[in-house]
Ligand binder design. Sequence first.
Ligand SMILES: [Zn+2]
Length: 92
Amino acid sequence: MKRDVAFPCPHCGGRTLIRSSEQVSDTVRETRMRCDNDDCGFSFVAQISVIRTIQPSLQPKPGVVVPLGNQNLRWDRRRPPDLLESLMTSSG
Ligand SMILES: [Zn+2]
């Protein structure tokens, strides 16, 4: 399955277009992007990086180290008030 990268403009929320991209390392790619909204015109560089492993590779490359991740981490990030509340409750 192939999908386009959807990265909304951080200023106006409009659609952005990838102008070019460059592989920086085994785990990092940089893309030059431009907002498609002519009234905004924001142009920027975004980075796509491999941050954690969900399923280890069957052909691991020496030197490529990606930490094993918690698949539920995204959920934790969506609920900072709950997390903060539980920390406050457990400490006092
Ligand atoms: Zn924009």
